[in-house]
Design a protein around this ligand. Structure first.
Ligand code: A2P
Length: 338
């Protein structure tokens, strides 16, 4: 098998560090890694694959030396500026930001759902929003079998999804509560500790947030259901890691509940945890550190003819970002070798 060269852009961030961790676990046929971040981190040493890597500043000439792949986890502005440069030099970029997700010629990939579309890329592949990834892993097998008519998303999202500054706000909030001190918020408009903020990303003209719009549009693109009826309310909660989602789904077709649960049990990378008599259901603390999507509280929506409620939990930094991006790179390597 060929060996590849991979750039990790945003290596010092929350997602970037998890990319390094997952790469250590996976052992892909990659012979050379180069770690990039902003000028601030230039020279920082990160221990990775048994040695110290010096982080380089990302510049317009960073990709001149030639890379096969790059995983970008450095936000939309950095992606918009540098991903096209990387792609123009023959490097295939998997980007974690929202910069390219809705562009027509950019595949938006969740490998369990639409890996065949990876082949349509023109140098940039987008990793979907974390809340969307875990939702569609659970919803795709149900859409195939029962044809979804409408989705109502309500999310309970961890602070790690807001990067290092989001984590600082919760840590500082806990510290402030214990020590009765004041602290300056770094990320959120209000204290996240002891609160639920109905505000993720910016507000749009129609009163929705951009996060809610992302869930709606990205679900439609990934499921290839451009007219699917979807609404969403996304909430930031004082949880360090792993997003939880209440998903209400209405189907065109009727279903047998046992068969539906079996469909979920047989779906790739879905783990059903649903034994309420024994208080078994998915929890953020249990999902953290895993790449699977956990589904429970599966019950009929008795207010409509054919509908269910699901509770869907996954590690937003692993499956919602780092691991999904690495799965895409694995698929690219598979395609290249077959
Ligand atoms: P740095 O640590 O040098 O600021 P998080 O959202 O978890 O804080 O992570 C953001 C990541 O994106 C960090 O690795 C950060 O690097 C990186 N980053 C931000 N701006 C740039 C930029 N202009 N060029 C390269 N990397 C960037």
């Amino acid at each position: 098998m060929k060996s590849y060269k991979l750039a990790i852009v945003g290596a010092t961030g929350v997602v970037g560090r998890t990319v390094l961790k997952v790469l250590e676990e996976k052992k892909l046929p990659i012979s050379e890694y180069v770690l990039f971040a902003s000028k601030r981190s230039c020279g920082t040493k990160l221990h990775f694959m048994g040695k110290d890597y010096e982080v380089r500043e990302l510049t317009e000439t960073s990709f001149d030396e030639g890379f096969d792949f790059a995983i970008f986890s450095a936000g939309g502005d950095t992606a918009k500026k540098f991903a096209p440069i990387a792609a123009s030099k023959g490097c295939i970029v998997v980007d974690n930001s929202s910069a390219f997700r809705m562009e027509k010629d950019v595949p938006l990939i969740v490998p369990e759902v639409n890996s065949e579309e990876i082949k349509n890329h023109r140098g940039i592949i987008a990793n979907p929003n974390c809340s969307t990834i875990q939702a569609v892993v659970a919803l795709k097998p149900l859409d195939t079998k029962y044809h979804i008519k409408r989705i109502v998303y309500s999310t309970y999202q961890a602070v790690s999804g807001a990067g290092s500054k989001g984590i600082f706000d919760l840590e500082n909030g806990i510290h402030d509560f214990e020590n009765k001190q004041d602290y300056a918020l770094q990320k959120f408009p209000y204290p996240i500790f002891n609160n639920c903020l109905p505000h993720i990303d910016v507000f749009l003209e129609n009163g929705y947030t951009k996060e809610e719009e992302k869930m709606i549009n990205e679900t439609r693109k990934i499921l290839k259901r451009p007219d699917l009826k979807i609404t969403a309310t996304t909430i930031r909660v004082p949880v360090f890691n792993s997003h939880s989602e209440s998903i209400n789904v209405e189907f065109e077709k009727d279903f047998d509940l046992k068969e539906l649960v079996l469909t979920l049990k047989n779906a790739p990378n879905v783990i059903v945890q649903d034994d309420v008599k024994n208080n078994i259901y998915p929890l953020a603390t249990n999902a953290t550190g895993h790449d699977e999507v956990f589904v429970g509280r599966i019950r009929r929506d008795e207010s409509i003819k054919s509908g269910i409620n699901l509770w869907v939990v996954a590690d937003n930094i692993r499956k919602g970002a780092a691991s999904n991006a690495i799965q895409i790179v694995e698929k690219l390597i598979d395609f290249d070798n077959n």
